[in-house]
Design a protein around this ligand. Structure first.
Ligand code: SF4
Length: 404
């Protein structure tokens, strides 16, 4: 049996970087913006300038899994016999297929994106099955064979789910977050709640990493503030890959969050950059930030391994074959100005990288280029669907419309 699982349309504002409290005309701190600010204030500042965002396969997969779990939690089971089995795997697959298509469409409509990897669907389905198993365990149903989960079992799961995907806003309107699941905790003698965040990435080996811990504690504490009648509240990260559950522990965090909120005030001037291997390696704003390039050229950041970023000038380009010659453009000063060098390297461009370069050439673009994730192979670089070519555009003054 396959149940028809209603999917929700993409939520408005989902994934947007501009958290904003219109009621008070104030910026808002969310767990992701706070983490970005802590990693590198400039990264946070750049994320609020309305620059084009980059789609990523892990993020789209994660959203499809989250939304499918939510849809299954809310599926209407009225009128179906409680004994019925063999419905959950097929219904989960159907829910994921629908959400996968929604995410795929959004992904393909994003200008900055790599290739959509359809071959990852089975991995996403495993992730969804993993998260269903955690939820079943929380309802004290240890059935690992999902085909044996009856409708009656799932009704028990639905009974412990208090809320799915709800937005939390602090009393002052300055702090916000979107929790995945709020459930009644059946463990322990007295009543308690669990704020759960589903994690589809790599599970931690030991302690939760600081970003996840901060996020979970923020959910916990805004929820406690919003519901004065709450019982004990725990905050947990549920890792679908190995079905491990990690509880975040720590003192109240709202004061710390409000302090960070002060530092995250919109400004015309960019906030300080703090380049480091950790903060810069996956930063999507490198084409607009001169600091990592200065740090790289000063030897304070390593060039990277097999995949590297470069700032260059295009010297030659054969539109037919995709062969190109680039010259590295080292910085002069800290404002993103560049100079010439004698470091030249060949590159082979294909797929989206080749299309992008052809378009830039035909538009007459002749400025410097940021090359992201070029694959090193001996002395030649390879750029394809996995890499990025963007105009080098250091941003040193705010262009956002929300500056107050
Ligand atoms: S590239 Fe590095 S220094 Fe620049 S904004 Fe990103 S994280 Fe900060």
């Amino acid at each position: 049996m396959v149940l028809t699982v209603a999917t929700h349309p993409p939520r408005s504002g989902e994934g947007l970087e501009m958290e904003f409290d219109e009621r008070n005309n104030l910026h808002q701190l969310s767990p992701s913006s706070w983490n970005r600010f802590e990693e590198c204030p400039r990264k946070y500042w750049l994320s609020r300038q309305g620059l084009p965002r980059k789609a990523s396969m892990p993020a789209s997969m994660g959203t499809a899994i989250h939304n499918s779990l939510e849809d299954l939690c809310n599926v209407d089971l009225s009128g179906i016999g409680s004994e019925e089995e063999n419905w959950l795997p097929s219904s989960a697959r159907e829910a994921l297929e629908k959400n996968w298509e929604i995410e795929k469409k959004l992904f393909l409509n994003t200008q900055r994106r790599p290739r959509w990897k359809s071959e990852l669907f089975p991995k996403a389905l495993d992730g969804l099955f993993g998260s269903l198993r955690v939820l079943l365990r929380k309802a004290r149903l240890d059935e690992t064979d999902l085909s044996k989960v009856s409708i009656g079992h799932w009704k028990k799961v639905q009974e412990i789910v208090i809320e799915t995907e709800s937005t939390l806003v602090s009393e002052c309107g300055r702090l916000m977050g979107r929790l995945d699941l709020l459930i009644s905790n059946l463990e322990g003698g007295s009543e308690s709640w669990i704020v759960a965040d589903l994690k589809t990435g790599k599970p931690p080996r030991g302690e939760l990493n600081e970003n996840v811990r901060r996020q979970l504690l923020l959910y916990r504490d805004i929820l406690k503030q919003n519901r004065p009648d709450h019982p004990t509240v725990h905050a947990e990260g549920w890792y679908s890959a190995n079905q491990s559950v990690h509880r975040a522990k720590g003192p109240p965090i709202l004061e710390e969050a409000l302090e960070a909120w002060e530092g995250m005030m919109p400004t015309k001037e960019p906030l300080e950059p703090t380049p480091s291997e950790t903060s810069c390696s996956f930063c999507e704003w490198k084409a607009w930030c001169p600091s990592w390039w200065n740090a790289r050229m000063d030897g304070n950041l390593t060039p990277g391994g097999m995949f590297r970023d470069e700032v260059t000038l295009l010297i030659r380009f054969d539109e037919e074959s995709g062969a190109a010659l680039f010259e590295r453009a080292p910085p002069i000063g800290n404002s993103g100005d560049l100079t010439k060098s004698d470091h030249r390297f060949g590159a082979i461009l294909k797929d989206r990288a080749l299309e992008k370069m052809r378009k830039m050439k035909s538009s007459g673009f002749e400025g410097h280029l940021f090359l992201g994730s070029a694959r090193v192979d001996g002395k030649v670089m390879h750029l394809g669907d996995w890499s990025e070519i963007l105009p080098w555009s250091p941003l040193l003054s705010s262009v956002a419309h929300q500056i107050q």
